[in-house]
Design a protein around this ligand. Structure first.
Ligand code: IVH
Length: 675
């Protein structure tokens, strides 16, 4: 008996101590003991509970995953309905809301609380005498599902409150999955061949609605509590801000970015700040919830239907929408890759109409189980091409069918192969018009031969007219021929021919890049140009020679060897040479590169080049680029908002160049010619 008594005391102490450390670790993110010490406490508690099973209680920290799988979820009534929010999509909507509220409050000023709107699943957590007893989903707002046993596995949800004075209390918040947790989960699912989740929200919802809590326990779910539902006993805060502080003192996890403002302009600033910064957060947020701070005012304002008048969700522009996948088309890339793309029923995604989206590759389509006819989630982020995130499986009708990669190229009918270990299927047709079209576009690109005026339409017209069959043919075009093209005026013909002429003396690195050798990007092309100095030497390089170059691995080396083994490619190169294209590294009159031996350091933002381009120009001319200013530095190029490198250059009296002076210096070798 005595023994049980002391065991009970020790168990109580251990539970309190573990609860405290859980809170430090999962809520405050600042543990005060090591993982090993924590594990030791847990083990002691587990041992005592095993010896005294009658002392096990559901709120014990050992009971986060203990429950057996359910047959179905029970229904839970919400004594205080869980409301939803009206949306504001632009500033006017927010201002209209503010004016309406101000009018209803008789012109009184009212502070507001701004919270990031979490994109997860709303839950209500009930505590009795400080113990977590019931957790439920929002459901229809009046009735939700009892998911207590799953919520207990969420480590940042306290099982015991730090202060047990309130008799009964309901906390409301959003359970979510971090972006990192989401990617990790999807990677695991991909590895084990399970369908992927479309976004963190779906993954969080799917995880919480598991009948087996052991599955939920494996998902790194987290919570932010954003309000108090109802309470009996304990303090009664008079504002939302104080309610949040109170919830925090009880041990709940509160978003540290919440803020309180008196003026609408500050709310606008907050919104714009987070619109910019939200990508840096490790969770998804789809807007800012603006709430009238005073709880008295909230009661006075009341609600219309299921939306409170005292709050509004000021949404960030949507990045996702759902629509129907009408079909899957195939684009043939310049290296022959068959790139599937989605043909969609047009849908508005954050103000832009999207009709097409990328689908990456065959494996990705299979992993995500995207079928033709599916309702799919389309996503647009920043300036990138829209992508299909995944299907909405619940909307399937049975009419959908899986995608099969064609075995023949849809453009030229040649056989399609998929080399082992590669994600891309490729067309084997050497004269596939789609490949030539893409290659010509690439060849003319800015970082390649930089032929202005040779856009998509002109490329198509040249191919159509049969004037160009490969990139070499560009250097044999006559003025008459070009003028014969549809919609080609005198001036544009001259511009095009001048641009082609100018491209004959492009630096070797750009010319190598322009050939479009698989896996050879501009950086690799630069390495190859530096190492071999001429295309001939590169074309005749052995595997050993290629391997000897640092940062060129077997994949790139094999691709280069395969390219030059093809007789057709050698013929094109010969054509380029005969057409006057310089296929050697450029040298000055004196036989030396103009910036040979000079080290440059760049600081600040340049207007006319990217960092990468500026470095490439320096290297093409024999110079090198350093990262710190030393006495050996030849020049420091100073762009906008320069860093401390400028001060150091001044201190060491290293010459400084403005961007304009830098451009002049680069052009100073205009008279370079082949050796
Ligand atoms: S307040 C009446 N605050 O948004 C107040 N909701 O559209 C309703 N949500 O179901 C809740 N973050 O799932 C509130 N900081 C936040 C929120 C938030 C996300 C969700 C919640 C709710 C939905 C309402």
């Amino acid at each position: 008996m005595k023994d049980t008594q002391s065991a009970k005391e020790r168990i109580d102490d251990l539970r309190k101590e573990i609860t405290y450390h859980n809170h430090r670790y999962y809520v405050l993110d600042s543990p005060v003991i090591s993982d090993a010490e924590y594990d030791e406490l847990m083990r002691e508690l587990q041992r005592l509970e095993a010896e005294h099973p009658e002392l096990v209680t559901p709120d014990s920290p050992t009971q986060r995953v203990g429950a057996a799988p359910l047959e179905a979820f029970q229904t839970v009534e919400h004594p205080l309905p869980m409301l939803s929010l009206a949306n504001a999509f632009q500033e006017e909507d927010l201002r209209a809301w503010y004016k309406r509220v101000q009018g209803l409050l008789g012109g009184r000023v009212f502070p507001m609380v701004c919270e990031l709107k979490m994109d997860g699943l709303a839950v209500a957590l009930v505590y009795e005498e400080g113990r977590f007893t019931t957790g439920a989903t929002r459901g229809d707002g009046y009735r939700g599902e009892n998911i207590t046993q799953n919520l207990k596995t969420v480590k940042s949800i306290p099982l015991l409150l730090l202060d047990q004075s309130p008799r009964r209390l309901e906390a409301r918040g959003e359970v979510y999955l971090s972006k990192k947790g989401f990617h990790k989960l999807n990677e695991e699912r991909a590895r084990s061949g399970q369908p992927l989740f479309a976004n963190p929200r779906n993954a969080a919802a799917g995880s919480l609605r598991q009948l087996d809590p052991r599955i939920t326990a494996q998902r790194p779910l987290d919570i932010y509590v954003y309000g108090m539902g109802w309470a009996e006993g304990g303090p009664t805060p008079s504002t939302q801000w104080h309610a949040l502080e109170y919830m925090k003192s009880l041990g709940f996890r509160i978003n540290p970015h919440n803020a309180r403002f008196s003026h609408l302009d500050e709310v606008e600033d907050y919104y714009h700040r987070w619109l910019e910064a939200k990508e840096d957060l490790d969770y998804e947020t789809d807007g800012v919830v603006v709430k009238v701070d005073s709880l008295d005012y909230q009661r006075e304002l009341g609600e219309v239907g299921r939306e409170p008048r005292w709050a509004i969700a000021y949404k960030f522009p949507a990045t996702q929408a759902t629509t129907r996948l009408i079909d899957i088309g195939i684009n043939v890339g310049r290296t022959g890759s068959l790139n599937p793309y989605a043909i969609l029923e047009p849908v508005n995604v954050g103000g832009v109409t999207v009709k097409m989206a990328t689908l990456h590759n065959e494996d990705d389509i299979r992993r995500k189980d995207i079928r033709i006819g599916d309702t799919v989630i389309v996503q647009r982020a920043g300036e990138v091409i829209p992508q299909v995130v995944g299907p909405v499986v619940a909307r399937r009708t049975g009419q959908e069918h899986p995608f099969v990669m064609p075995t023949r190229c849809p453009q030229c009918g040649a056989e399609v192969v998929r080399p082992p270990g590669e994600a891309m299927a490729r067309c084997t047709g050497a004269s596939c018009p789609a490949q030539i079209f893409q290659l010509l576009k690439h060849f003319a690109g800015r970082e390649a031969m930089d032929i202005r005026g040779l856009g998509e339409q002109t490329v198509a017209a040249l191919l159509q007219a049969g004037m160009v069959k490969d990139v070499g043919d560009l250097y044999y075009l006559s003025r008459e021929q070009v003028l014969g093209l549809e919609r080609m005026a005198d001036k544009s013909a001259d511009n095009l021919l001048n641009a082609i002429a100018k491209s004959r003396s492009r630096p070797l690195a750009n010319a190598i890049f322009a050939l479009g050798i698989l896996h050879v990007g501009l950086e690799t092309a630069q390495l190859l140009a530096d190492h071999f100095g001429s295309l001939d030497r590169l074309a005749n390089a052995s595997q050993e020679e290629l391997f000897a170059i640092p940062s060129i691995g077997p994949k790139i080396a094999d691709s280069i060897l395969a390219y030059f083994r093809q007789e057709a490619n050698r013929r094109v190169i010969e054509k380029l040479r005969q057409g006057g294209v310089r296929l050697e590294k450029e040298l000055t009159k004196a036989g030396k590169l103009p910036l040979m031996g000079k080290e440059f350091v760049l600081t600040g933002r340049l207007e006319t080049f990217t960092r990468h381009q500026a470095e490439a120009r320096i290297k093409e001319r024999g110079g090198s680029v350093g990262s710190t200013v030393t006495r050996k530095t030849a020049y420091v190029v100073v762009g906008a908002d320069p860093g401390s490198k400028l001060e150091r250059a001044q201190a060491l009296s290293v010459p400084q160049l403005t961007e304009a002076e830098f451009v002049v210096l680069l052009e100073g070798d205009g008279q370079t010619q082949p050796s």
